[in-house]
Design a protein around this ligand. Structure first.
Ligand SMILES: NC(=O)c1ccc[n+]([C@@H]2O[C@H](COP(=O)([O-])OP(=O)(O)OC[C@H]3O[C@@H](n4cnc5c(N)ncnc54)[C@H](OP(=O)(O)O)[C@@H]3O)[C@@H](O)[C@H]2O)c1
Length: 276
């Protein structure tokens, strides 16, 4: 599996498994399936209420801990010195691990009218910094942070986030934020890389899929990989899980990358960090 290097030299796989709503029907078996087809990076958070199921699946899989990359996140209502420590320890306990590979601040704020959001996010981040220095987390980052969140945040913190997990897909590429992250050396990671399946039937994607003999999902994921953006698609069947990893044997042309980068906005989740 192709990897990408974070600013602290930790390498993460370009394709991970997104677990949001994944265990609702199939429970831990879905995670066992993902591990059996080759996923080693699992994305979760306390907010998905599936860390227990993931922990059980990891234990049952017999895969050694060092081979796995486990990412969890702390929700903004748990931002604070004690609260964030508690959230981290609970995630570790449920996942059956003593450390996390990546731990993220899930959203900058719990609600858009929270005037104290910055102080809360900074307090939470200081806990992540401590845990990182203590070796309990291999890489620390944020999610859904935009440049105007980063600027005051970076002024008040010591260690720069290594990752920003964002909604990124054809039709919603947040180019202004990507440029900022590139300048800051922060790796963007794409959530909803398939636009939660809203882009699968798009005629423009289907045309490229036919040209390359690939599926629309593979075109959408290959596009992000070619832009050096790691992805965490969610899929329910082993077939789709495997399909979403089988994206490294072709390359879209520069013209196609440009074409897909310039498609007018489509497939947006309507979840915006400033509109909670
Ligand atoms: N940090 C954040 O705030 C945040 C927010 C949202 C999501 N995330 C993370 O990002 C992950 C991925 O995002 P997402 O789950 O919202 O959306 P997504 O991965 O873009 O899309 C998932 C949808 O695509 C379908 N799908 C998957 N593979 C397919 C294929 N090969 N062909 C056709 N359809 C396919 C799935 O259907 P089936 O399940 O039926 O196969 C599901 O309906 C989440 O699971 C979560 O871990 C993070």
């Amino acid at each position: 599996m192709k990897e990408i290097c974070l600013s602290n030299n930790i390498k993460i796989p370009m394709v991970g498994y997104g677990s949001y709503l994944s265990t609702e029907k199939g429970g831990k078996q879905v995670i066992l399936d993902a591990l059996s087809v080759g996923y080693r990076y699992i994305d979760t958070t306390s907010f998905y209420y599936n860390e227990d199921a993931i922990g059980e699946a990891i234990k049952e899989s017999g895969i050694i801990r060092e081979e796995l990359f486990i990412c969890s996140k702390v929700w903004p209502t748990m931002f604070g010195t004690e609260e964030t420590r508690e959230s981290f320890e609970q995630s570790c306990e449920k996942l059956g691990t003593t450390y996390l590979d990546i731990f993220l601040l899930h959203w900058p704020m719990a609600s858009s009218d929270d005037k104290d959001w910055l102080d809360k996010a900074v307090a939470a981040w200081k806990v992540l910094e401590e845990l990182y220095v203590a070796g309990r987390i291999k890489a620390i980052g944020v999610s859904n942070f935009l440049p105007h969140h980063f600027k005051p945040f970076l002024d008040k913190t010591c260690i720069k986030p290594m990752v920003d997990q964002l909604e990124l897909h054809v039709g919603y590429m947040q180019e202004y934020t990507l440029k900022y992250l590139d300048e800051e050396g922060i790796i963007p990671q794409a959530w909803s890389p398939l636009g939660r399946a809203r882009l699968i039937g798009d005629a423009r994607i289907e045309k490229l899929a036919a040209k390359y003999g690939k599926s629309p999902a593979q075109i959408l994921l290959n596009y992000l990989i070619q832009r050096e953006i790691p992805v965490i698609p969610k899929a329910s069947s082993k077939e789709r899980m495997a399909e979403n990893m089988d994206i490294f044997d072709f390359a879209l042309t520069e013209e196609e990358i440009s074409y897909l980068s310039c498609i007018p906005e489509t497939g947006w989740s309507e979840e915006h960090p400033d509109q909670l």
